[in-house]
Design a protein around this ligand. Sequence first.
Ligand SMILES: Cc1ncc(COP(=O)(O)O)c(C=O)c1O
Length: 389
Amino acid sequence: MAVIDTLPASDILPAEMKTHPVIPVMDLNAQDRPAKKAILRGIRGVIDRNEFVQAPIGQKFEAAFGKWLGQDHVVGVNSGTAALFLALKAMGVGPGDEVITTPFTFIATLESILYAGAKPVLADIESDTFCISPAAVERAVTARTKVILPVHLYGHPADLTRLDAVARKAGAKILEDTAQAHGATWNGRKVGTYGAASAFSFYPGKNLGAYGDAGAVATASPEIAERVRLYRNHGRHSKYQHEVEGYNERLDGIQAAVLLAKLPYLDRWVKARRSQALRYNKALGIASVRSKGIEVPPVRPEAGHAYHLYVIRAKEREKVAGQLKAVGVSTAVHYPIPLHLQPCYKHLGHHAGDFPESERAAKEVLSLPLYPGMTKSQQDRVIRAVKNL
Ligand SMILES: Cc1ncc(COP(=O)(O)O)c(C=O)c1O
């Protein structure tokens, strides 16, 4: 996910780049520097104690993450994708059920529904937050709707108040895709505690990231937690007695140790993301930048944005990205193709024009560099570059 460009040959470098290296979209080394010693100590401990699989270090992380989140049960698994899939299974989702989600997300959200054997039903996003529209969800509800699966995209919470009302009316449950929203809040409470369950990803670039793949399901329900525990470990409680057919989707010990060492830094990292985002909002949310076809998306009053990504809209995105790259500012696009237009999902039967807000977002969104450890002068360079477009 990190975009680290190489410098062009020095004779064609613009003046600014001759003295400054390229600014990446994210820089894990810069973020993790203060935690590195503890991380290495943690990894070493796992090796010394052979705590590789289903070991106490995993439970230790689950307890610590549950305490940080304010949720009763956390079950560690081996990716965010597994967290979504196993949470759906544990919520009883299967063939014949419908799960409503957004086409403007990373593919894993939709994959998990199909893995569970259910039918994905797509509902368009809101133009301001990029998250699923409760009104569109309400229109998509049928008698078969079992779960509503909102994604807190980029770290901005979906409208959990209105989604909860729609879910109650439909007799459906909410599963939150919290992969990008560690530390985000809705009405002052952390997201990931609102739905019947929530799925976290600890992919390395996430707000809390492992040094490999990892994820977790969080829930207040002891039944859902117990089922995820069973499913992640071949459906067993004891070594060779299998209650159900399960999977091998356990959180591994080394990743648990990395996450445990990084967790104490999470709040200050989210705070750093927020203050950098605030600087961008102030500097770029001005008329002269807007006149270049660039828009800084608003944040809902109920939302505590966790700024996993800082995403603007740019009408002429490719041109803007090219101009920023020329002065050493990397950008990225999350995501250029909405899921209903992906070749692999032709079978869902959708066409261009079906979800206009998702399609417009896919054409316009542009992620700017933002990460804990980014210096003020680096950010000033990004701001200058955008203002000079
Ligand atoms: C919104 C969203 N959902 C799900 C996932 C899947 O997580 P993982 O990569 O850990 O399987 C991701 C991760 O990239 C994501 O961004």
